[in-house]
Design a protein around this ligand. Sequence first.
Ligand SMILES: [Zn+2]
Length: 201
Amino acid sequence: MSQPFVHMPAILMVCYLIVAVMHLICGVSLINCRFLLVGLRKMVSLSAPFHPDPEYRKFQSDIPRNVEAILTFLDLAPSTKAYICCPLCFCLYDHHSGKAGNTTFRCSFSKTPTSPPCNAKLWNKPPESKGAKPVRLFYYHELEEWIGRMYCRPDMEAFLDRDFGSRRQHSDADATWDIWDAPELQEFLGPEGDPSRPFLM
Ligand SMILES: [Zn+2]
């Protein structure tokens, strides 16, 4: 798990957190976050003459110009793969932004080899046109990447190593805290019939 703030000056850390929170929690748009970042850079610049640290002035150039750079730095957003999704049959097509992108305009999926193609529009206008964008995008979080991020969480190893038999030893034994507390899983025993070794474990 990365620790992006370990060697970061406090003033930069505050700026990063302000913009990230405004965008992710308060819903401030990407464009408005750019304005916010310009304002923060200006504030750092104006306050530099009054700061005892001569290095303080250069911090303004370390404040990114867009929130995307901050989200990448904080490693908050998982990496996803975008597919163009047919709005009619939900067939997926590879999508790469830029000139080398997918230029399939209509869906070519057929239910059977002799069926007519779906033919639904995949783009709002011909893909080579200015302002063309896919009608619908589907973002897929790669399973390996998702598992990797989950395993990197600080408490995950202890969680996976915990004693299975202790899962129901909560103060409220009747409460279900996660899926493994379900009686159907707890009582689905292996060939030994040992309650401490349910079949699924
Ligand atoms: Zn289709």
